[in-house]
Each structure stands twice: as structure tokens, then as C-alpha cells.
Design a binder for this molecule. Structure first.
Ligand code: NAP
Length: 294
């Protein structure tokens, strides 16, 4: 069986390219989408992601504002900043990079963002709309995975998808997107987590396995069905003395061994990661389009 490598960089480039016409139409109407990213503290991975988001905006000629706040920022100060971004007509999308320092209540911050500017789609209003199948925005990572599957003509209708992980950011929204009616969905979804029994057996039932556990190389070849499709969401830093940075990124899937058994697989890096950024840009463009209709 020939193996298909699901290349997230290619699909992300197509998604981004397709935004140019929409950007042009917005600019004709005097609007350029603006994304504000707020990061609190000095988590190195957060700063890498924030830089990538800023660069993606700049490549599209969109307004990008990054607010880097010290880790001692109080919850009230952060909420005030969100209020001012909610009121800012140049800003159409707001996201607060997670995780936040422990003295700040993440839920309070997420719920303060205007749902129409909530391009991460983490606000309970947007989570609810996603669940009933009428989303304003879909969260970027699971939406990017759905788009990847569709781009590679991976049929989801009637297929058994096993999602490994139940986080609010990846696992739960992934399941709720793929269980909806319609193209790129209509799947039978199982969500597995650290309390699931016989995890390997569950995974072996999957026509499509989506791994989002955050453990390097967790999914081994004996956990996948012959001919299935595997999507690796994991982005894990592992020590590597041979790298300049002292680490390298690996996924949740033991790629080298799993690829021998499956029909298609997304690598990490180079799979889901670029899609997340592209979908965030798409959400920001959509937010700007919606702002003209209000
Ligand atoms: P998370 O919040 O830590 O959630 C991990 C999930 O995996 C939890 O539901 C946990 O179960 C489950 N889990 C942990 N150990 C397990 C085990 N031994 N067996 C079965 N399930 C287990 O992580 P996340 O935010 O969803 O992220 C997951 C991975 O995706 C990370 O590597 C992250 O860096 C990556 N990620 C990548 C992108 C991207 O754009 N490429 C975006 C987001 C996340 P419990 O709920 O029972 O604890």
C-alpha cells in the first residue's frame, strides 16, 4: 500500500493564499483585519507561537499587535487590557496565549473577550455555537485538522474516528466538529483519555486516529489499524544536544514505525502546526468581515 504524507505546510499555504481575495475586498471597504495577541509571562513556547502568529499576519499585510505583559500582571490589569481591545475598532481578533500564570483565572479572561472577536473560539458562547453546529468561529487546531482531512480527500462520513485526548483546546472541539452533520464530518467519534480502558484496543478500531496527548512518540505501531489514517497533533520538546537550541520537536506518534502500517499520516512538525496558524488567520479575516455586517 502506498503511503500518503499529509503535508500541513502545503495546505496551510493554500488556505493563506485563498485569503488574499477576501483581504482585497475588505480593504476596498476601508477595513484591514487586525489581530491582537496578549501574552503574560515568559513561557518560551508561548513566545515562539506568538511570534509565528505575528509574522503570519504581517505576511498577509494584516495589522498585528502583540502585548507582552510581565508575569506579575494582575487579573484586573489583564481584564482591563481585554476591555480596551474589545473597544478598539482596529482590532477584529483577540487572543490571549495560554497558559496564563496560576494567579489569573483563565476562564474569566476568556469570557471577557467579545465573542465576535474571539478568534480562538474558546469563549463558552462560541463553544456552544460549535456544539449546535452553527459556529461563528471554529478553534484553529481542530478546524485545521478537519481542513487537512478534506484537502486529502480522507472520507470521514460513517468512519470511526478515535480522538486521543480531551482538552478544551484540541480533543473536545475535535470530537464535536467531526460528529456534526455535513461534509468533512458525519463521523462516529470516540474520545479517549488517561482514564480510558484498553487504549491500544480502542485505537486499533480507528479508521482515523487523532493523537493529542502531549507525550512524545506515545502512539506505537501496535496501536494502529492497518491502512488507517493518523493525524499527529503533538508538539513536544525533547532534549537534543546535537541541536543548536538544545531540543527538537517531536509528535505524539512514533512516526517511523507507524508509517509502515497506515495509508496516510501527518508528520509533526509539518502537519497540524502550520494549519493552526492558517486557520487563525482565516478566523481573523472572518471577524473583520463580520464587523462590517454589524
Ligand atoms: P493537554 O491539555 O495536556 O491534554 C492532554 C490530553 O491527553 C488529556 O485529555 C489527557 O487525559 C490525555 N492523556 C494524557 N496522558 C494520557 C495517557 N497516558 N493515555 C491517554 N490519554 C492521556 O494537551 P493539549 O493542549 O490537548 O495538547 C496535546 C498535544 O498537542 C501537545 O503536545 C500540544 O503541544 C499539542 N498541540 C499542538 C497544537 C498545534 O497547533 N500543532 C495545538 C495545540 C496543542 P486527561 O484529560 O485524563 O488528563
Amino acid at each position: 500500500m502506498s503511503l500518503r504524507l499529509i503535508n500541513g505546510r502545503d495546505v496551510a499555504a493554500q488556505v493563506t493564499e485563498a485569503l488574499n481575495d477576501r483581504l482585497q475586498a475588505l480593504r476596498v471597504q476601508g477595513t484591514n483585519p487586525g489581530l491582537a495577541v496578549v501574552v503574560v509571562g515568559d513561557d518560551p513556547a508561548s513566545h515562539v507561537y506568538v511570534r509565528m502568529k505575528g509574522k503570519a499576519c504581517e505576511r498577509l499585510g494584516m495589522l498585528s499587535r502583540t502585548h507582552i505583559l510581565p508575569s506579575v500582571t494582575s487579573e484586573d490589569e489583564l481584564l482591563d487590557m481585554i476591555d480596551s481591545l474589545n473597544a478598539d475598532v482596529e482590532i477584529h481578533g483577540i487572543l490571549c496565549q495560554l497558559p496564563l500564570p496560576p494567579h489569573i483565572d483563565e476562564r474569566k479572561v476568556i469570557e471577557r473577550i467579545d465573542p465576535h472577536k474571539d478568534v480562538d473560539a474558546f469563549h463558552p458562547y462560541n463553544v456552544g455555537r460549535m456544539l449546535i453546529g452553527d459556529p461563528l468561529f471554529l478553534p484553529a487546531t481542530p478546524a485545521g485538522i478537519q481542513r487537512l482531512l478534506m484537502s486529502y480527500d480522507v472520507e470521514t462520513r460513517g468512519k470511526h474516528v478515535v480522538v486521543l485526548g480531551r482538552s478544551n483546546i484540541v480533543g473536545k472541539p475535535m470530537a464535536s466538529i467531526l460528529m456534526q452533520k455535513g461534509d468533512g464530518a458525519d463521523a462516529t467519534v470516540t474520545v479517549a483519555h488517561s482514564r480510558s480502558k484498553d487504549l491500544a484496543g480502542l485505537c486499533r478500531q480507528a479508521d482515523i486516529l487523532i493523537a493529542a496527548v502531549g507525550i512524545p512518540l506515545f502512539v506505537k505501531a501496535d496501536m494502529v489499524k492497518e491502512g488507517s489514517v493518523v493525524i499527529d497533533v503533538g508538539t513536544n520538546r525533547v532534549d537534543d544536544a546535537t541541536s543548536d537550541k538544545g531540543y527538537r520537536l517531536v509528535g505524539d506518534v512514533d512516526f517511523d514505525n507507524v508509517k509502515e502500517k497506515v495509508s496516510a499520516i501527518s508528520p509533526s512538525p509539518g502537519g497540524v502546526g502550520p494549519m493552526t496558524i492558517a486557520m487563525l488567520m482565516e478566523n481573523t479575516v472572518k471577524a473583520a468581515e463580520m464587523s462590517l455586517r454589524h
